[in-house]
Design a protein. Structure first.
Ligand code: ATP
Length: 300
């Protein structure tokens, strides 16, 4: 009987390995979805330009359409100043994600210019640009490895102090310190499971360890609970001085604390201002805010 058990056990082990391999493959594919697309910029004579110091983001009269279709980003202009948090909101299909793809140069605009630190991003090497920009995606891909490894992924070689500083800034250090092995705790598929809010804060820590000039948060459609959302919002806004922060927000509560809110509809920026300004204006933002508050009440 024991002899019979052995191959069954082995089969069990290899089946688990296959499952694990499948899970790893899935993660690699998820990463590939986030990975840069081929460089589409025209080859600049003498090679790519150097990224100059500074992190002001300037979007000037940018228009873009997919293929021959109608513009999904239509004559958009705004400037995001260093140390400030800008939020981009608007109904579904307004063009927020498309604008984000232009900032990361997944596509090039047909018209207009996007500059980071005064330098047109079209003239930069794609690697340079992606090093200067960090994106907090809608859901973080966690590897079956330590917390420290998972944070440092954006900048391999980061020291423990740098990893901890990023975790503190993202408001997740206390939680990590309370884990069984602290920063050496294994998380992910087979490790410690984390809540949505913890995953998001870890994702912010991963982005911050890169010390990006431009931090972009692509907020998940699935909303976090109010307390977690507040912590995430605070961690994102805190210490934002050395970078420019752009939040693409589905949840308007996430946008309300931003220095400036850009309201997009049908590819255009139709309103801009602080939360208070926009509520007073009683336009699209005020309507979206009211609708969101009402649906929140209904859910409660
Ligand atoms: P949501 O809040 O639902 O994510 P959004 O404001 O981010 O919406 P986009 O995803 O930028 O809006 O979409 C703007 C328009 O571009 C929509 O009409 C959409 O159907 C279209 N679109 C988006 N991606 C593509 C694509 N890869 N190819 C063609 N059209 C696209």
């Amino acid at each position: 009987m024991l002899q019979l058990m052995r191959p069954v056990e082995m089969l069990g082990a290899s089946f688990r390995e296959i499952l694990q391999a499948a899970a790893n493959l899935e993660r690699m594919m998820a990463l590939a979805r986030e990975a840069p697309e081929p460089d589409v910029s025209p080859a600049a004579p003498g090679g790519a330009a150097r990224l100059l110091p500074g992190c002001r983001l300037e979007v000037e009269k940018v228009s873009f359409s997919y293929g021959d279709g109608a513009p999904v980003v239509d004559d958009v202009s705004f400037t995001a100043e260093p140390g400030r948090v800008l939020a981009l909101v608007g109904p579904s299909g307004a063009g927020k994600s498309s604008l984000l793809r232009l900032l990361l140069r997944f596509y090039m605009p047909q018209r207009g210019d996007i500059r980071l630190g005064g330098q047109s991003i079209g003239a930069l090497g794609l690697k340079q640009l992606r090093q200067a920009v960090a994106v907090v995606p809608q859901d973080i891909v966690l590897f079956d490895d330590t917390i420290a490894f998972n944070i440092a992924l954006a900048r391999p070689g980061a020291s423990h102090d740098e990893i901890e500083a990023a975790a503190r800034a993202a408001g997740v250090h206390e939680r990590i310190a309370a884990m069984p092995d602290g920063y050496a705790t294994i998380v992910g598929e087979r490790g410690l499971k984390l809540s949505g809010g913890e995953r998001q804060r870890l994702s912010i820590a991963r982005a911050l360890v890169k010390r990006p000039r431009l931090l972009v948060l692509d907020e998940a459609t699935s909303s976090l609970d109010a307390v977690t959302e507040k912590i995430v919002r605070r961690s994102l806004m805190a210490g934002a001085a050395e970078r420019t922060t752009l939040v693409v927000a589905h949840n308007l509560a996430m946008a309300a604390g931003a220095d400036e809110i850009l309201v997009m509809a049908k590819g255009r920026i139709v309103e801009r201002g602080s939360h208070r300004d926009l509520i007073r204006r009683k336009g699209l933002y005020a309507r979206l805010w009211r609708e969101q508050m009402q649906s929140g009440d209904e859910k409660a």
